[in-house]
Design a protein. Sequence first.
Length: 528
Amino acid sequence: MITEQHLEWSLTHLEKFGGSDVFPPSHDFSAMRYNWDEIKKEALRRIAENVMPGTPYLGMAPKSDGTFRAVHELAPIDSLVATALVYSVAEHIEKGRFPEDRQCVFSYRLMPDHNGNFFKSGTDNWTNFANRRKDLLSNYSGGYVLKADISDFFNQIYLHRVQNALDECLPSDKSSVAKYLHDFLHGLNTKVSKGIPVGPTFSTVISEVVLNDVDQKISSYGFEFIRWVDDIFVFHQDYWKLYNKYQDLSEYLYTTHRLVFNSSKTRISSVTELSEFLDGSEDKVVEEHISTLREERCSELLEELIADLDPYDHSDVDWNVLSEEVLQRYELKESFKVIANAYKVLFDQGVATANNTLIKHVLKKCTAARIRSIVPSIKSNIKHLFPQMREVAYYAKRAFTNEMLLELAEIVQGFVLVIENQYTLRWFSYILSLPDYPDGHSIPEEVYLALELRDQIQLAAKHQDLFRIKPLRTKIDQLPDHERYAFIIATNELTKDERNPILDSIEGKGRIMDVAYCRYVRNGITRR
C-alpha cells in the first residue's frame, strides 16, 4: 500500500510543518530521526495489519463568535502513517479535481515536492482566487452572486463519503488506501462515522477530495463559480435561476453529504452589494489606511521644507526637485513609522469590532516585518485575543524584546489562574517558555499547577526548576506518552551523571518513540 519512500517523504513534511497547525510545535518528528529504521518498520506493520490509531488529543479552540471548535493532535506515528497514505495517492487526487486552467477551484492545489511541501509552491493561489473573483464581479455587474459557506465543515464530513470520493479518483490498485483511510479516520473518531481531524495537513487534502463532488454538481448548472476550501461563490444574471439552483445545491449537499450551509454566512446578494463588502477586505483596508497616512506625512514634510525656504521669494524653487526630496525623506525615515502606526490603528479597530480576520491579518504582517507598534495593544487586550492566541504567540516570539516578553509573561500568568480552557493554556505555556528569565525569577506554584503536566515539565526545564523534574524519574512508566516525551527532553537540563542512567532505563524498555527521544537528547537538542 505504501513504501519506505512514502514514509521518508511523510517525515520530511512533518519535520517542516508539524503534525498540526493549531497546537504549539513539538520535538516529535525531529526525534523520530534518531530511531527511524524501527519507526519505519512499525509504521509499515501497522498498515499491513490494519492497526487502528489511538485517540488524538482534543482541544477546544475559542472562536471569535464566542463559541469553540474541536481541534486535534495525533500521536506522532499516527501522523506519520496518515500523511504517508495521503501522499501516496496525492497525484491521483489532483488529477481527479477540476483542472487549474478552469479557474474554478483555487484552494490547495496538490504538487508534492522533495522538500516535503504538499501544495504547489511558487504560486499565490489566494491572490489568483481574489483576482478571479474580482473579474467575475465585474463580468456580472448588475447580476447576482450566491456566497455560500458550509457549516462546521471538517467536523461534519461523513467518512463513507471520504472513501467514496477517494474511490472515484483512485485507480483500482489503490482502492486499499481509500478503505484504510476510512477505517483509520473511523478509529480516530472512536467509531463515530463523521468528522476528520482539524489541524493536520492531510485533513486539508481529504476535504478537497470530498468537495470535488460539490464542484461537479455546481458545474452541471452551467453557472460560473469559484471556490476556496468551503467558501463558494456562484454567479448568474438572473436572480430566480440562481435562487432555484441554490435550493437544489442545498438539497444535494444534505442528501449526498449530510452537510448544510451556514445560515449566517450564506445568501444571495447583488453583485454590487457584494463588491462593496469585499472592498473592505483586509488587504484593501491596510493599503488604503497606509496610503492616507503616507499622504498626510508627505504633506507635513513638504511644509517643513517650505518653512526653511526664503519666505519672500520662491521664484528659484524647483518644485519637482522639492517633491522628490520629500519622497526620499519619506522612504528613508518615515515609511516604517507610517506603516507601523497604520497597523496599530487597524489592530485596535479589529479588537474593538471583534474582527478576527483583520486581527490575524495584522498579526501576520507585523510578525513578518517585526513591527512592534501593536505590542501595547496586545498586552492590554489579551482576554479579547484568545481566538488568535496562536498568532499572538508566534508574533511575540519573533517581534518582542526579552523585556517585552517578561512583561507579557506576567500578564499571561494572571489569566492562567482564571481560565480552564486547555487549548489556550497550551499557548500560554508556550509564551511563558519564551523569555530568558533573570536570576531569582520564578513562576508561582499555582501557575504551574494550572497547566497540563507536559507543560509543567517544559517550563520547569526552562526555569531550571529541577526539583519539579527529578521526582518524575520514579513515575516514568505511569506517564502518558507526551508527558513522558516532555520528561525525556527535560533530562537535557540534568548533569550527564544524572541523565544517562535515566535515559538508559527508559531506552531499555524498548518503546520506539521513547528510544527516539532518548537518542535525540543524547545527540544534543536545541530548544524550540
